[in-house]
Design a protein around this ligand. Structure first.
Ligand SMILES: Cc1cc2nc3c(=O)[nH]c(=O)nc-3n(C[C@H](O)[C@H](O)[C@H](O)COP(=O)(O)OP(=O)(O)OC[C@H]3O[C@@H](n4cnc5c(N)ncnc54)[C@H](O)[C@@H]3O)c2cc1C
Length: 453
């Protein structure tokens, strides 16, 4: 019988494999694809570093930075060029810069809010008056992001701030996403201060001095972390095949891989929740039912490289977001070489376009030619960009981004209670305690700590 089997070789499974190897514990990692890393894949094309999946992580959450340093990649860490961080939002056919001082949807500076053409006077006044809101007398029920933001700032703030931001970051719809599971901090601020603006300003005063960049990544691309984790846990067994089924034994588990049943005392499921649900279908149908309730959105990234000489005008800022009300194909676009150094060589502009998201999975079925044509048509409509790209590449990510919809926290509590009935069974990945890379790393590390105990 094996000590630990990990199913899934994305950042969650690999972090667990590495942490176990470091502690001298044998673990078998089973990944169905030939390449490790799950959605964390990097391509190198024409001197550009192209992130097919995630491109960076939040610097404020330490788990990813700590792991990167631990595996010897600290010198490769790079920060976003925050001195040129301006994101544009499409409004009335124009690209409007997000007002300075906006923390997600929370305004913290008066003058940029007064002067922005992004919002109407009615919304600006509502946003200003929000400052005088008192803390609620009773605990408010769980609300969707749309309900929460509408209550504080009005519908226009949902349409032109919350919706594009959440579509760009989570591929999600604010009408479905849970405020307390997606933007927990703002619910805490509401409870304490009533006003989000007052709360944000107060916590900024109390918190560490501002500084440091918002996003961080690796010079050579995030897949370098995958390679480093792979090397540091390579002494352990690796199987590149899909696990088809699993069953419970009195003292452990058995997994079916390539026609063989492999027994183990500890089993870590590091797959998306829907894949874990499929595996548990006969062994634990009640767990399957709960896991199948975790929604996932499907998305696609399209990277386009342009010679600067072919662009009619230089790109400014980090990129743009397109609200659903003004959307055709593109949800968001990052000007990669402006957001990070070392991503595109001198003279080249690299655009990373994001398509799909909640309710728009059908775009993944389109042919590459159709996707490229739709992307270019949208870039022409949105930026007036008619140049022919020097190169392009498309990555499809079906059912990859977990959606923390209303009821998520209660659902995950039930999942954890059910999983505890099977000692040795562990569930990790982006379905549970955060979808960002640092969250996935943190959960994997905490899980290994529990196993080592
Ligand atoms: C397009 C995109 C952009 C993103 N951008 C960012 C970003 O900029 N910053 C950020 O912090 N986060 C971002 N995220 C989220 C973050 O990247 C993911 O949440 C995280 O990488 C998920 O890692 P994981 O290991 O949990 O899952 P995955 O990467 O999905 O890995 C799961 C693995 O399990 C394997 N598997 C599934 N079923 C089986 C089976 N039956 N047998 C064997 N193997 C199986 C799969 O092949 C896969 O390799 C992004 C996600 C996407 C899709």
């Amino acid at each position: 019988m094996r000590d630990v089997i990990i199913i899934g070789g994305g950042i969650s499974g690999l972090t667990a494999a590495y942490a176990l190897a470091k502690a001298g514990r044998a673990a078998t990692l089973i990944e169905r694809e030939a390449t490790l890393g799950g959605v964390m894949q990097t391509r190198h094309l024409d001197g550009c570093v192209i992130e097919s999946g995630p491109d960076s992580f939040l610097a404020a959450k330490p788990a990813a930075t700590e792991l990167i340093k631990e595996v010897g990649l600290g010198a490769d860490l790079i920060d976003s060029n925050d001195h040129q961080r301006v994101t544009f939002i499409r409004r009335h056919g124009r690209m409007v810069p997000m007002p300075d001082g906006l923390m997600m949807m929370v305004p913290t500076k008066i003058w940029p809010m007064v002067t922005t053409p992004l919002l109407s006077w009615g919304t600006k006044i509502k946003m200003g008056l929000e400052y005088f809101r008192k803390p609620p007398m009773v605990d408010l029920p769980e609300r969707s992001v749309a309900d929460f933001i509408r209550d504080h700032y009005g519908q226009e703030a949902v349409d032109y701030l919350a919706e594009p931001l959440l579509s760009g970051v989570y591929g999600g719809d604010p009408a479905d996403l849970s405020m307390s599971s997606t933007l927990t901090r703002f619910v805490d601020l509401e409870r304490k201060y009533g006003s989000l603006t007052k709360g944000t300003l107060a916590s900024r005063k109390q918190g560490p001095a501002a500084g440091g960049s918002l996003f961080r990544t690796l010079k050579g691309g995030l897949h370098d972390l995958v390679k480093a984790l792979d090397v540091r846990s390579a002494g352990n067994e690796r199987i590149h095949r899909p696990v088809d089924q699993l069953r419970f034994l009195p003292d452990g588990f058995e997994v079916l891989v390539g026609g063989d049943w492999l027994a183990t005392r500890n089993l870590i499921l590091a797959t998306p929740a829907w894949a874990a649900a499929d595996l548990l279908a006969t062994a634990a149908p009640e767990l399957r039912d709960l896991l199948s309730q975790v929604d996932y959105s499907s998305s696609m990234t399209v990277a386009l490289g342009y010679r600067n000489a072919d662009l009619a005008q230089p790109l400014t800022g980090f990129g743009f977001l397109v609200p659903a009300k003004e959307r055709e194909s593109l949800v968001a676009c990052t000007y990669v070489g402006r957001k990070f150094p070392h991503r595109a060589p001198e003279g080249t502009s690299l655009l990373r376009c994001f398509l799909g998201g909640a309710g728009r999975a059908s775009v993944l079925q389109q042919s590459d030619d159709d996707v490229l044509a739709a992307t270019r048509a949208d870039l022409q409509r949105l930026l007036g960009l008619t140049a022919t790209p020097a190169f392009s590449t498309i990555s499809r990510w079906p059912r990859s981004m977990a959606q923390y919809t209303v009821g998520h926290a209660a659902r995950i509590r039930q999942v954890e209670e059910r999983a505890r009935l099977h000692p040795g069974l562990h569930l990790i990945g982006n379905a549970y305690r955060g979808i960002g890379i640092p969250d996935c790393i943190q959960l994997a590390r905490d899980t290994v700590k529990a196993i080592l105990k």
